[in-house]
Design a protein around this ligand. Structure first.
Ligand SMILES: *Cc1c(COP(=O)(O)O)cnc(C)c1O
Length: 256
């Protein structure tokens, strides 16, 4: 394991201010209100100290993509945080079925529910623990083969695909212990952030279609946008952006 270079408080505060300013600017340009965009700081690979520094700089929401790493870090942060600190953890990475029990207790929002099988498992665990889990459904709207999430590329043109997606979603909405709040996606890595726009737009249009076909659910949340493309995601309606490198700097270990 490589030693992490801790950045100083001032650098961290400046980076956070910069990200918030760019979110506000993208909101202004698209007629949205910045209060409707939640900033999730992606702390994966970074130690608890970094999270504590970010809390001191005013951040409240943190994203992790590996259940074991997250559980250990959350415990460490909790132990060192003052009692009145109110922070929320987001699970944003693929969850293997056998790791599902790790995410039942500690997360405010699970962004990465990517199959009916996982939803079913989480539902059973939630019921066992007498909890309701707040979740997003992860969609692969770009068609990239490496991405996890439901295959949803071209859902508006492919009736078979749409039917199978709608069936899965219908089943998930009937599961006890889960509360669906919206959708999540990852855009492809592209040289120009504008090239990610069709992916973000596709997620928004899919959300609109689900809202009209399943009107009893609040499909409010669109979790989309990362360091390289978040202003574009905000201009397409992101309500949650997940930002790692622009806040914490480059990661020493490569993940995703
Ligand atoms: C790592 C990660 C991010 C943050 O990526 P950056 O490019 O560092 O902003 C966002 N979402 C998911 C699902 C991730 O795994």
């Amino acid at each position: 394991m490589v030693e992490h270079a801790l950045i100083d408080q001032e650098t961290l505060a400046a980076r956070i201010a910069d990200v918030k300013a760019r979110i506000a600017e993208a909101c202004r340009a698209s007629g949205r209100s910045p209060e409707n965009v939640r900033l999730v700081a992606v702390s994966k690979t970074h130690p608890a100290e970094m999270v504590l520094a970010a809390v001191a700089a005013g951040l409240t929401d943190f994203g992790e993509n590996r259940p074991e790493e997250a559980v250990a870090k959350i415990a460490e942060v909790d132990a060192r945080l003052s009692d009145d600190a109110d922070i929320r953890w987001h699970m944003i990475g693929h969850i293997q079925s056998r790791k599902a029990r790790l995410v039942v207790r500690r997360f405010s929002l699970i962004h990465s529910v990517d199959s009916l099988k996982l939803a079913d498992k989480l539902s059973r665990l939630a019921v066992q623990h007498d909890r309701v889990l707040d979740v997003l459904l992860e969609m692969n709207v770009s068609g990239e083969e490496t991405k996890s999430g439901w295959q949803a590329h071209g859902w508006d043109k492919n009736a078979t695909l749409r039917e199978s997606l709608w069936n899965d979603i219908q089943s998930i909405l009937l599961l006890p212990g889960l509360r669906v709040h919206g959708l999540m996606t990852m855009a492809p890595i592209v040289p120009d952030p504008e090239m990610a726009r069709p992916t973000f737009m596709a997620l928004r249009l899919l959300r609109d279609a689900l809202q009209s076909d399943f009107p009893d659910v609040s499909w409010r949340e669109l979790s989309m946008g990362m360091t390289d493309d978040y202003p574009v995601a905000v201009s397409e309606g992101a309500t949650i952006v997940r930002i790692g490198r622009a806040i914490f700097g480059p990661r020493e270990t490569r993940q995703e």
